[in-house]
Design a protein around this ligand. Sequence first.
Ligand code: 4AD
Ligand code: MG
Length: 456
Amino acid sequence: MKRQKIKALLEAGRPQDDVLVKGWVRTRRGSKKVAFIELNDGSTLDNLQLVVDGEAACFAQVEKLSTGAAMAARGRLVPSQGRGQTLELQVAEVVVYGGADEKYPLQKKGHSLEFLREIAHLRPRTNTFGAVFRLRHALAYGIHKFFHERGFYYVHTPIITTSDCEGAGQMFQVTTLPLASGAPPDFAADFFGKPAYLTVSGQLEGELFALALGEIYTFGPTFRAENSNTPRHLAEFWMIEPEMAFYDLDDNMDLAEDFLKSIILHCMSECPRDLAFLNDRYQKDLLDTLKNVTESRFARITYSEAIEILGKSGETFEFPTHWGADLQTEHERYLTEKHFRRPVIVYNYPKAIKAFYMRQNDDGRTVAAMDVLFPRIGEMIGGSQREERLEVLSSRIRELGLPEASYQWYLDTRRFGTAPHSGFGLGFERTLQFITGMGNIRDVIPFPRTPGSAEF
Ligand code: 4AD
Ligand code: MG
């Protein structure tokens, strides 16, 4: 007989004569006459209550079960006598796969998120992380669905690369050279015959495909060796990078806004139970905030307007603002949480603080960049219209002292059939942080990698 998932049984809500479920014991209680087990199989936040009569043949086995044990139970699914659930399973047979003794660390509730990060096997079995990781799946699926329905193609860009997309030098080097020998590394003798790195972004490769397939997106892991120990930075994170031929900056902003609203709505409709739990447990206005974002029109202001608003705000910021300085998280949060009270798209940033590939505006000092800022998170998306003019782009590369030779394959797109195009990168974990209300980005990725920490 095939096992049935608790989610499907509870959603169907019907009594059934013969049901087989398999999962992990959350709690067991009872007396010599009857035992109650709360069983969770990971398909949903809700447990199924198992009821085992003291007369049943399997009662002796059940009495020994404790929190954490893995088991199967077969019996009749009937309307529940007790309160708190609609259905319960009257158990006839059980199989115990693996017990768990009193050393199982999840005996009492309320472990801190930090503590759980250190106990790899336990974390996904908690209500909180079950909810977070079901939402992580829903978000990933919602993203693919959004693009697929609009005719975008999913492109797999390389994880190992030899060019620095952001030009910011925050890359992890990949090498097979014997570093311990102490000899100066000879990269010509390295695996790829030259220095290679883990990618910080798939954008440059993505542009080549957009300029052939029209509208594409990437969705993969990206790596940044920046020493940022903050609740919003990871050394390994996932990024979604759509890239579109024949889009200007306005088209890019329209897509970003539609995209964010659509994927949030998708999570709300796929995981209402998990979101309600996170709302109650961690952030009382989570559901309202999500709804507000999907219903509001994002504010759109230029960088210069942002600087003006921040200057007049009367706030004391740790980093003072002036034209030319990059916006810090505190500024982004002021704009989204206090001034506009909704997401804000800031565009036309000073060219000196943005990457080489962004399209230069006619004013000579700004580029057609856009960042989408969210309440609580700050920057969720970074993107731009791309510089499609060969001359302008190559002189910018030279001006910044970037290794021009290693960008020739990229510059070829501007030599042959160049066209206006745009794109952006969405931080997957920052988006999930916003949707789940988790305060720390480490709590929305299964195995976080941060400076000084790469456990499991
Ligand atoms: O703004 P970024 O650096 O943009 C790019 O990499 C462009 N190539 C994207 C493009 O236009 N195709 O990064 C994009 C997003 C950020 O807005 C942020 O959400 C996320 O990636 N991000 C991080 N998330 C977690 N940890 C980090 N260290 C991150 N760095 C960037
Ligand atoms: Mg950015």
